[in-house]
Design a protein around this ligand. Structure first.
Ligand code: ATR
Length: 285
């Protein structure tokens, strides 16, 4: 690290367990960049002060995670369309003193999915969730031409998301309550199922929204949860003979897109994936 080191941060609460420092520092090393990435716990009440500090110290860029993805927007100078469409930010670039907000979650999820199964256009996709992560993913899937159905425990949130996408993109999105009987018919016709809820995430590793009996062989099941990598949902999907995609791909691709925004360099995806996997300790592989 030389004195002119460029600083990149993750602001969240809590940031413990984040794989981003390992991923980005490995990428900086691989490309010989004089940059460093540090994760900091920033409680919501200090977010405004933290952003002032970032401006004062000319920090080069930062990621935000729970609980700041929405609240950070009011402190920024400009939003890229990737952030203004879903109404959430996960990546900020300091461009000559101006803080520009981006969101790489949706495109990251789409890239991870399309890397495994090809174009999503015209495919029937069932998305579980309507929270921050689901919002970014839903916009990108709709933009990419997927035929989307959103299911959420709180149906009003699914409906609000569907009408926001309809208003902004002019695309029709169906909604369905997270009720096994009501889900069954839609799932029968689905090509892809994406879980963008926190169900099944450590420590609740025995939870799944649906069992293997509701999945079929032709289905592709993608869980964005990566702790553990092999969630109960993915284990149930395998039992049904469905193809499974774990959450590491989305994590790596959203990070790689942020890296590219910050450095303008092509991200070393394999290096980032290996670093994230190493950090996970091979758990759940
Ligand atoms: P994130 O930004 O990570 O998406 P979030 O905005 O809190 O976090 O959203 C969490 C998502 O997981 C929501 O879709 C939530 O459903 P509700 O909108 O009904 O709250 C979903 N979720 C969390 N726990 C759940 C559970 N036990 N069963 C079903 N859905 C759950």
């Amino acid at each position: 690290m030389r004195p002119t080191v460029k600083l990149f941060l993750l602001l969240g609460d809590p940031v413990e367990g984040s794989l981003s420092p390992a991923m980005h520092n490995a990428a900086f090393r691989a490309l010989g960049l004089n940059c460093v990435y540090v994760a900091l716990d920033v409680p919501a009440r200090f977010l405004s002060d933290a952003i002032s500090g970032i401006r004062a110290m000319d920090v080069a860029g930062f990621n935000v995670t729970i609980p700041h993805k929405i609240s950070v927007m009011k402190f920024l100078d400009k939003l890229d369309q990737s952030a203004s469409l879903p109404g959430a930010v996960n990546t900020v670039k300091n461009r000559r003193g101006k803080l520009i907000g981006f969101n790489t979650d949706g495109e990251g999820a789409l890239r991870a999915l399309e890397a495994k199964i090809g174009s999503i256009e015209g495919r029937e996709v069932m998305l579980f969730g309507a929270g921050g992560a689901a919002r970014a993913i839903a916009f990108y899937l709709a933009k990419a031409g997927a035929k989307l159905t959103i299911a959420n425990r709180t149906i009003a949130r699914a409906e609000a998301l569907a009408s926001m996408i309809n208003q902004k993109l002019g695309v029709e999105i169906r909604t369905v309550p997270l009720d096994r009987v009501k889900l069954a018919a839609t799932l029968n016709n689905a090509d892809v199922l994406i879980n963008a809820t926190s169900v099944g995430m450590y420590p609740n590793v025995d939870q799944t929204i649906i069992p293997s009996s509701m999945m079929h062989r032709g289905l592709v099941v993608n869980d964005i949860v990566y702790k553990p990598l092999q969630t109960r949902l993915l284990r149930e999907a395998k039992r049904a003979g469905a193809k499974t995609i774990d959450g590491l791909g989305m994590l790596v691709h959203q990070g790689a897109l942020a890296f590219e925004i910050w450095t303008g360099r092509r991200p070393p995806i394999k290096v980032m994936e290996e670093a994230a996997r190493r950090e996970l300790g091979g758990k759940g592989r």
